[in-house]
Design a binder for this molecule. Structure first.
Ligand code: FES
Ligand SMILES: [Fe+2]
Length: 294
């Protein structure tokens, strides 16, 4: 058996669960998007039951450094190992394991090991530790946010009243503005002078869209780099598709979300003066009368 030299170790507590951790370990696509200061590219070369072989571009570098790496993980043993097969730091082994599990999360220990013949990698130990501290910080933010997304309350049942929802006064909205329609969270925003509604979470793994800008009718999710066209819901990078969003109509300075079939403005009738004194308190009471097509 090959003798290994430990050149650095990194330990941290992660306030999440090991399900999220292993999901993250095998989620190779996020590397250049969530960690752009570390990875410039990633491609999958082979996939086994518990292994992935990847080619990663490292960033920042003036030389376009690449690494071919193999990831091997065992959820039952709570361990995962990355080996650099070729490229920058060939033969480096990064061995990670969950060292202690508690109700509030778990501890993880990462050991950076090299064969004795590669002893000259030792001065890079502190840089590896620093780089992993940054990677984990970014990963933990994603795991936490994803866990919150998965723990959302179940959707309430659709009701007749949800054929239309009054969102608010156009001049008062701070965009993107969150609203609920038929039990699902949506955002309303302006794009190229038009009001548009779209789902509040990415259909891939649930990244919130609340802090993202729309550019020319498209939204780019920063977790895995999928870009969605809001009008069609399609993405060139994946088969994921945005769920159908309500249509937004503007009437007397008010914005309404309506089921897409009820496109005609004539079908929505304002029954209260939008400039009236009661407006600020009356929004959630539903001051429209929506005439369903059926
Ligand atoms: S969560 Fe993966 S692309 Fe949005
Ligand atoms: Fe990561």
């Amino acid at each position: 058996m090959q003798k290994l030299l430990l050149i650095a170790s990194y330990k941290r507590h992660i306030a999440s669960n090991h399900e999220r951790m292993f999901e993250n370990v095998f989620d190779w696509e996020h590397l250049p998007h969530l960690h752009p200061r570390t990875f410039s590219s990633i491609s999958l070369l082979a996939k086994g039951k518990k292994t992935l072989t990847l080619e990663a571009g490292l960033w920042p570098t003036p030389f376009g450094l690449k690494q071919k790496i193999r990831l091997q993980g065992c959820k039952r043993k709570r361990t995962w190992i990355v080996r650099v097969l070729s490229g920058f730091m060939t033969d480096l082994i990064v061995r990670s394991r969950v060292s202690y599990e508690r109700s509030d999360g778990f501890d993880v220990r990462v050991d950076f090991l090299v064969p004795f013949s590669r002893w000259y990698y030792a001065p890079l130990g502190p840089a590896l530790k620093y780089s992993y501290a940054r990677l984990y910080k970014e990963d933990v933010a994603m795991m936490t946010s994803r866990q919150h997304y998965l723990e959302r309350k179940p959707k309430p049942k659709k009701t007749q009243a949800e054929h239309s929802v009054l969102i608010g006064k156009a001049s008062d909205l701070k965009c993107p503005h969150l609203f609920t329609f038929q039990g699902n969270p949506f955002l309303i925003n302006q794009d190229q002078g038009k009001w548009i509604a779209y789902t509040a979470h990415c259909p891939h793994l649930g990244r919130s869209f609340k802090d993202l800008k729309i550019k020319s009718g498209k939204i780019l999710c920063p977790w895995h780099g999928y870009e969605f066209e809001l009008a069609s819901g399609l993405s060139r990078q994946s088969k994921c598709r945005l769920p159908l969003a309500p249509k937004i109509i503007s009437k007397s300075g008010l914005l309404f979300a309506i089921v897409p079939e009820l496109e005609s403005e004539k079908q929505v009738k304002v029954t209260q003066d939008p400039e009236g004194g009661e407006m600020q308190h009356g929004l959630e009471r539903g001051i429209i009368d929506c005439i369903s097509q059926s």
